[in-house]
Design a protein around this ligand. Structure first.
Ligand code: NAD
Ligand code: UDP
Ligand code: UDP
Length: 313
């Protein structure tokens, strides 16, 4: 089994795969990845990590490929947009070419961003989206849309077994502390006694999924009989101001809010319709934001303050 990209979602997936006895190879160029998140598997003969950029071809023998390689935070994917689109297009092409050569099943981690700034709410898989092709988010949105196209073309043209997940905002332990995504930002800011930075008027919405729910969905999708695409997300929808309130309630009721200018092309609302995943994969998320957030806070507290201080904070 090959997991391309290990480090936030991928590391939790690897834990589940290794725990059930699978042999796992991870490839990651460590762009946003932290080796620490998979280091506990080093020395396990069923685990191997290769520092590799998926934009370059690779020869391996595996039976399943989970293709997660791509920066997910807007700050990271906008940092080098050409690299982002190469990762999504050339990287996905290489993973598909590899899958074709060895007859492996291929799973693409696509995104809710393929719906762009959606005109349909909640978003159903049949909605084609409202994406700006020339905007600052396009390297990611259009990159993932092309990755979906490539995946379906390899399925139709080369008879490849494929699966497509459209993942909605996911949070949890091991996220990069300063990766710029809203949940990691708010949690780190509240712990450091800094103001929570709300972009725009804070009325835009997102739906936040705890990482273990996503991993369960990805594994069911890989093992199941359906190609997808499937929305994998938690339908619980929050404005950014509501999210800030949950963070205040969880960490520090006195945390201040500071409004900042919003970024360009920010989607106004986002919420998955998960009827298809419920019916065809028997999957639905189990962990609500108020239950998942404290688990992430424990991890962030340890990483920001160190183990010892966290005992007293
Ligand atoms: P992340 O940015 O935390 O991790 C991405 C991983 O990909 C890192 O380990 C990074 O080093 C690696 N990577 C990036 N470019 C690479 C390249 N060219 N070659 C090899 N490795 C490379 O992202 P994540 O949150 O773990 O997301 C995993 C996947 O799920 C991504 O494809 C992302 O687009 C998708 N996704 C995530 C979310 C979310 O909210 N977490 C939402 C939608 C889609
Ligand atoms: N590829 C790879 N590993 C393999 C097989 C293919 O990285 O084991 C890459 C290959 O370099 C190519 C891409 O996947 O760039 C697509 O391969 P495919 O065989 O589908 O297309 P072709 O090489 O014929 O263009
Ligand atoms: N956001 C915010 N404060 C932050 C970071 C992000 O208010 O410190 C907002 C951002 O404008 C967007 C939402 O939170 O409306 C989600 O942003 P994120 O980068 O987490 O993910 P996206 O869904 O945009 O990919």
């Amino acid at each position: 089994m090959l997991v391309a990209a290990a480090i936030f979602v991928g590391s939790h997936l690897v834990d589940r795969l290794v725990a059930r006895g699978d042999s796992v190879i991870v490839v990651d160029n460590l762009f946003t990845g932290r080796k620490e998140n998979v280091m506990h598997h080093f020395g396990n003969p069923n685990f191997e990590m290769i520092r590799h950029d998926v934009v370059e071809p690779i020869l391996l023998e595996v039976d399943q490929i989970y293709h997660l390689a791509c920066p997910a935070s807007p700050v990271h994917y906008k940092y080098n947009p050409v690299k982002t689109i190469k990762t999504n297009v050339v990287g996905t092409l290489n993973m598909l070419g590899l899958a074709k050569r060895i007859g492996a099943r291929f799973l693409l981690t696509s995104t809710s961003e393929v719906y762009g700034d959606p005109l349909q709410h909640p978003q159903v898989e049949t909605y084609w989206g409202n994406v700006n092709p020339i905007g600052v988010r396009s390297c990611y949105d259009e990159g993932k849309r092309t990755a979906e196209t490539l995946t379906m073309d390899y399925h139709r043209g080369a008879n490849l077994e494929v699966r497509i997940a459209r993942i909605f905002n996911t949070y949890g332990p091991r996220m990069c502390i300063d990766d710029g995504r809203v949940v990691s930002n708010f949690v780190a800011q509240a712990l450091r006694k800094e103001p929570l930075t709300v972009y725009g008027d804070g009325k835009q919405t997102r739906s936040f999924q705890y990482v273990s729910d996503l991993v369960e969905g990805l594994m069911r999708l890989m093992e199941g009989d359906h190609i997808g695409p499937f929305n994998l997300g938690n339908p619980g929808e929050f404005t950014m101001l509501e999210l800030a309130k949950v963070v205040q309630d969880t960490i520090d009721p006195n945390a201040r809010i500071e409004f900042r200018e919003n970024t360009q092309d920010d989607p106004h609302k986002r919420k998955p319709d998960i009827t298809k995943a419920k019916e065809q994969l028997g999957w639905e998320p189990k962990i609500a934001l108020r239950d998942g957030l404290p688990l992430m806070v424990t991890d962030f507290r340890k990483r920001i303050f160190g183990d010892q201080d966290s005992a007293t904070t």
